[in-house]
Write a protein that binds this ligand. Structure first.
Ligand code: CA
Ligand code: CA
Ligand code: CA
Ligand code: CA
Ligand code: CA
Length: 352
């Protein structure tokens, strides 16, 4: 069902006057929320979804608490592990990293502002437990590593990490197998976006890296180390595009044959924007996540990070899920958490 809201509402956030709210905004509802994070105020930041290859019901939602560490939730939103590693900001997941022994492991990796480095964990598909396999501090050389995403080059299986800083610098590293089945990093590229960045996501099949420049728009770069700093704009803030600041989390919904969508958190409007994955990234619409009173779940506001999957998670979630950080966890008032929306609801609302 498509629900269109009126034009009367105006966004205003952090004291910044936002551009006029869009005319057409679809509405969807969360069906699940995770347990609140352990830290008060703005603490939850960015999720990642890990899909269990044999038993999707045992998939995991990882969520950063940027004041304490990484929380691991099951698909019921229960916290099943907490890794108190410091101020991890953004987290991402990739599959099948080949370790020094030849064994393969799925990994989660995050920017860590406590160590100014990267933290990397092996995900044990048997137990659903994460364990640290960083070879050392994995120093980024950045004063405050902030946004983060992973990229797998499907030609050779190499996995790369991207971290960016608040000045818009982006560093790229190749992940390397190290002694004791640990993971190290080797720098391969640095470039500058221009001003503050955070959200990023790589499209492995297309060899593309999307980066949000928070006050400017969404950029599309090549994901390979040799791709330099050539880019084009997917969208920009008004009046040059259709968005408003801040552009926050970015995530990719991957279908077959290059189908799929790029989803972006448009924080200043408490909205999400959807673009085609292929071609010139045609705009498909805005939606918001409204309260679901029957389930007693509040809506999502001021979303920082988000993640989306097309994996069949059963029932309402057969077309996958969207997970978003919620800046204000209410009903009852509690620490921040993450909300889950069935992707089928978004597809229906935007006629995807
Ligand atoms: Ca925030
Ligand atoms: Ca993420
Ligand atoms: Ca941000
Ligand atoms: Ca909320
Ligand atoms: Ca709530």
């Amino acid at each position: 069902m498509v629900v269109l809201l009126g034009t009367a509402a105006f966004g205003c956030i952090h004291g910044k006057a936002a551009a006029p709210y869009p005319d057409r905004v679809a509405q969807v509802y969360p069906v699940m929320e995770t347990r609140p994070v352990s830290s008060a105020d703005d603490a939850a930041d960015d999720p990642a979804i890990w899909i269990h290859s044999d038993d999707p019901a045992r998939s995991l939602i990882l969520g950063t608490n940027k004041k304490a560490g990484l929380a691991v939730y099951n698909l019921q939103g229960e916290e099943i592990q907490f890794l108190p590693v410091g101020n991890v900001n953004n987290v991402d997941v990739r599959y099948g990293f080949r370790l020094e022994s030849g064994r393969e492991t799925d990994i989660a990796m995050a920017t860590n502002r406590t160590t100014r480095g990267l933290s990397v964990w092996a995900i044990d598909a048997g137990t659903g437990r994460l364990s640290d396999i960083s070879a050392d501090a994995l120093d980024t050389g950045m004063a405050s590593p902030y946004g983060f995403c992973l990229y797998t080059d499907i030609e050779d299986g190499t996995i790369y990490a991207f971290a960016n800083a608040k000045d818009g610098q982006v560093n790229q590293w190749k992940l390397t197998p190290e002694a004791g089945d640990r993971i190290g990093i080797t720098p391969v590229r640095t470039f500058h976006v221009g001003s503050q960045t955070e959200g990023c996501v790589a499209d492995d099949e297309m060899g593309v890296l999307y980066i949000g420049e928070e006050n400017k728009g969404i950029w599309r770069y090549g994901a390979r180390p040799a791709d330099g700093d050539t880019r084009r704009a997917v969208d920009r803030v008004l009046p040059d595009g259709r968005l408003t600041a801040d552009i926050e989390g970015l995530a990719l919904y991957t279908g077959t044959d290059g189908d799929g969508y790029l989803v972006a958190s448009i924080q200043g409007w408490n909205l999400y924007a959807v673009y085609d994955r292929k071609g010139d990234n045609a705009f498909r619409g805005f939606f918001r996540i409204a309260p679901h009173p029957e389930r007693g779940i509040d809506g999502a506001e001021e979303t920082d990070g988000l993640d989306v999957t097309s994996a069949n998670l059963g029932g309402d979630n057969a077309r996958g899920i969207l997970v978003v950080q919620d800046g204000f966890n209410t009903d009852p008032s509690a620490n921040q958490n993450f909300k889950v929306v069935p992707f089928s609801a978004i597809a229906d609302a935007l006629s995807l």
